[in-house]
Design a binder for this molecule. Sequence first.
Ligand SMILES: [Zn+2]
Length: 323
Amino acid sequence: MRIASDIDFLPILNKYQMYDESPLRGDALYETLKANASSLTLVKAKIHRAIEGKVKTVTVSKMPSGKYLASILTETEGENPRFSVGKIYGIDLGLKHFAVVTDGEKVSKYDNPKHLAKHEKNLKRKQQKLARKQKGSNSRNRYRKVVAKVYERVSNSRLDFLHKLSYKLVSDSQSVIVENLHVKGMVRFSYLAKSISDVGWGTFTNFLAYKLERNGGKLVEIDRWFPSSKLCSNCFYQVSEMPLDVREWTCPHCGTHHDRDGNAAINIRAEGIRMIKAEGSAVSAVGGEVSPKLGRKSKFGHSPVITEAPSSAVRAACRRQGN
Ligand SMILES: [Zn+2]
């Protein structure tokens, strides 16, 4: 594969001109670039898996660390997504645990991996060191690349975790139900915006959405004002207040003792199932034996606010890798 080893010269041939106006593609574009830039050479590319289907576009980007990323969009023919049967998961995305998941029977908690925290700590330390270096100095410029590399490691490590968890949940489910992040991120926890961007809920729901779609399943986002934390999942009594630091509580009406996040996940799941039924799809309470109409489009919107992947190119690359 041919990739320009130095795309810094692109301002000469403006990036956007290249995409929108240049009639040149593929080899012709490469030869033209080569003729105009002495620094253009071939670089080795690590191809993670065989490229399947017809290549539509290749987008090359340079990461702050100096690495190149080629994102390849391909088109394959005639695959009807198989419709999925299986569990229905309700997920409460939180700060204490990354995700608390229930399939209606048991509740599982998933935390950010420990090595991620280690990388993040390292990143923070290096960022602080960078900040102390004199502005405009060579040493600062060199160190910036060091920080960029650590940042990439954090970012890759997080994406890896999000891919694995979303893959796991999608592999045996027909639907995954989450809260609409728009409000969860922007209103309810606006003062925690930094943490929210760190934990990557938006990226996670993106991953869930496309993996489910590929399998014929669907992501359901429940109403923004649904009081998932305040409802008793046993008797539906609603308490008026549920401060963030309350991790466990007992329902004043039926006396059931709740784990905050587990209870919220159960409520989210129940509300999602109600919505799916209202939409007209057949759903059995335990999953299984469900046959949604093949090829039907979900009307449930998906509107992530936080997309952390550095660019759409990376998301496309992740999508292509399909893990
Ligand atoms: Zn109750």
